[in-house]
Design a binder for this molecule. Sequence first.
Ligand code: ATP
Length: 425
Amino acid sequence: QACGMSTGGSFVATGRSILPLLARSLSRRPATNLVAQRADLQTRLVDNIQGLADILAFDRARDQLAHLSVTADDYGRSQKQMALITGMQSGISILLTNLGMWTVLSLSIPMVASGELGGVMLAPLTLLTLASFEAFTPLPFAAQTWNTVREAARRLFEVVDVESVVSDRLTGTKSQASYADIRFEDLSFTYPGTRDPVLKHVTFSLAQGQRIAIVGPSGAGKSTLVNLLLRFWEYSSGEIRMGGRSLHGLDPVQVRESCAVVSQNSYLFNTSIRENLRLASPDLGQADMEAAATAAHIHDFIAPLPQGYDTFIGEQGTRLSGGERQRLAIARALLKNAPILVLDEPTANLDPLTEKEVLDTLFGLMENRTVLLITHRLVGLENMDEILVMDEGRLVERGTHSSLLAQAGLYRRLWDLQNRIIQTL
Ligand code: ATP
């Protein structure tokens, strides 16, 4: 009988050890699908919520909902398959546990009847059997979860393992200095995976305290210059120098510390005005914050708000107007206190009146700063020391506002076109 008990026990134990392997093998495909479909559903949801205004304006809500339902149904199907496997493995698990208990009972009861075993031992034997199986109960579920976790990790490492196009490895020594002058030398650049260069032999210098504007038609390569300067991309032909040193030899963090950037879509976080300004400097005091906001002409808007600097501004600052958002971004850039001010289309998307107000604010702040202004709007450029005109990746003209107007070249054509559009409005 003892032999029978051990045979029955080992049968149940074998069943219990096969169960995790079975759960793992059955859940491999649904687990992989589940992770991919969940990511897809979340991406679509975020995309649709962010683009809700356009979806409604174009009356595409029904189509988008139908697309979302297909993704949600796929996700639901994979969840159901996983739930089925969980249900099956937990059912078999309970069955095996109880089979084990009944095997022990059915073999020990005759032993008690024949006097080989004391009756008092029956209950502990049964409970011991149940308790011994308890340790194995989570194993099949762990094996099933393993597939989901492994797939999620694979997707994560796919992103983490992509090699950065910008090398953080220093070729020179790191210094604490910040730089206030820039020189672009015979710079050419082609985006990885594309054929045609977007910058062709660009050469110009921006001396400390100088104000240069780069203008030109859309797609001329103006923002690419800023992307290379801030080391978002790595250049290989030509040279960019800060403080006389090649950018390749400078730490990207150090380069970015020398530049305060205001772009056409400066990101504002879904938190308070105070926390958004603190992005520039985490231990920012109230006085500094108010001084920067006053200089950016936004303090008078913030101060009367019921919660002042603690007012929440919504996702991407949606509770603010375009002009207020830009002014907040300018205040944040000022708080960085960097010697170089990079303005990449800072007034894009603003109406002409707000544009003028924001530009007046900016021009007032340019004193004693090195300024690189990228724009395709030819407004207020008489305030700049030099204007560079770009077309199809090349510098085609350079001079002051008045000298460029006199040249009757591309700048003059862009100027005339802009004025004609304004007159027809
Ligand atoms: P705009 O005034 O419209 O902002 P721009 O002069 O700033 O234009 P860039 O943004 O520098 O122009 O773009 C120059 C060219 O490089 C464009 O043809 C654009 O399609 C291309 N480009 C920009 N970013 C990338 C990228 N990440 N990958 C591939 N090509 C790109």
